[in-house]
Design a protein around this ligand. Structure first.
Ligand code: F6P
Length: 365
């Protein structure tokens, strides 16, 4: 008899731990005699292409991949079944809804369940597909840790580790030259990576999107640190940070189907804002996609593996429309609809903010 099939895919920006989830899904599914796993290449795109780009995944295919960064299934943060780009004769693009086509293709492939591993955008698509009757389970991923309804997303701790190592390294060069080093980290509209790396690395100022900064206070803090401290200063700035009354530093993408704003470069803007107010030479370093590349740390491998196993168990229970979630110390599930209701900002009264202030890190306010 034909086996029942789970279709798995990775969508949105990649992050360390995706391969560990895929491996766990395959290994847990193989414990069930009547189920198998198919992977769609580049999120739903593989399923929607002609010919389809889908692969059978077994324990041989996924052997040893949990230690590798990226995703063996590839990913995309452009387009999607509800916003599929079609090139017009004049070179411009129109966008079509291919949801019905997607449903037909799932039937044709004999898919009984879908596991979508992705961030906010992918969960939004998953919820809309669930409302169209597709039996879907969500697995939250993002280095930004900006999904609510889960204590943590995998990939986030690895990014914090990489950002922390960058702070450590910048400290030795800053101290040697008596300079200010500004380190810009990712995180979109959330300051999780920036604040955690600032605490772990011992930065002097941390500027995060949730706390608009006062430029005079930032400059005063830097000057005080340089004059009365050890002669140098480290500022960690999240890419979405802004001054009081200022804007997020972003631009539009020219890539068809790419709906997010592109962030990056706010570190240079900060230097422009303070350069006439500080008495120290300064350099800017944008960490960028280094934060997403490479092997996941052990913590993220464990979390990702837990999420993979749980997602298959939700399929077996028929708990569709749910997203896997980590609620320390348990792995549970929440309706995807609830998970996408609220963005996970760093709360101003949180322990993390309290801790940063407690060790004298200025948050620019
Ligand atoms: O959401 C993850 C993230 O790495 C953000 O921190 C960053 O702003 C964005 O993705 C970068 O996206 P892209 O890889 O498309 O440039």
């Amino acid at each position: 008899m034909a086996k029942k099939r789970i279709l798995v895919m990775t969508g949105g920006g990649d992050c360390p731990g995706l391969n560990a989830v895929i491996r766990a899904i395959v290994r847990r599914t193989e414990q069930e005699d009547d189920w198998e796993v198919i992977g769609s290449i580049e999120a739903f795109n593989g399923l929607l292409r002609d010919p389809m780009e889908v692969v059978l995944l077994d324990s041989k295919t996924v052997s040893g991949i949990h230690i590798r960064g990226g995703t063996i299934l590839k990913t995309t943060n452009k387009g999607g079944p509800f916003h599929w780009p079609v090139k017009n004769e004049d070179g411009t693009f129109s966008y079509v809804d291919r949801c019905d086509d997607l449903i037909n293709r799932l039937e044709k492939l004999g898919i009984n369940a879908v596991i979508s591993i992705g961030g906010e955008g992918s969960m939004d698509i998953a919820q809309r597909l669930f409302e169209k009757g597709i039996p879907i389970i969500g697995v939250p991923k993002t280095i930004d840790n900006d999904l609510s309804s889960t204590d943590l997303t995998f990939g986030y701790q690895t990014s914090v580790q990489i950002a922390t190592e960058a702070v450590d390294r910048l400290i030795t060069t800053a101290a040697s030259h008596n300079r200010l080093m500004i380190l810009e980290v990712m995180g979109r509209d959330a300051g999780w990576i920036g604040l955690s790396a600032a605490i772990a690395g011992g930065a002097h100022v941390a500027l995060i999107p949730e706390i608009p900064y006062d430029i005079d206070k930032v400059a005063a803090e830097i000057n005080d640190r340089v004059e009365n401290g050890r002669g140098f200063a480290i500022v960690v700035i999240s890419e979405g940070a802004k001054s009081i009354g200022g804007n997020t530093f972003s631009r539009d993408s020219d890539q068809p189907g790419y709906q997010n704003k592109i962030l990056g470069g706010v570190g240079h803007r900060l230097l422009e804002e303070i350069k006439d107010k500080i008495d120290v030479e300064a350099r800017v370093m944008i960490l960028g996609h280094l934060q997403r590349g490479g092997s996941p740390i052990a913590y993220d491998r464990v979390l990702a593996t837990q999420f993979g196993v749980k997602s298959v168990e939700l399929v077996l229970e028929g708990k569709f429309g749910h997203m896997v979630s980590y609620r320390h110390p348990n792995v549970v599930s929440v309706p995807i609809a609830n998970a996408i209701e609220e963005y996970n900002y760093v709360k101003l009264d949180s322990a993390l903010v309290h801790t940063a202030r407690g060790v004298g890190i200025s948050l620019g306010d």
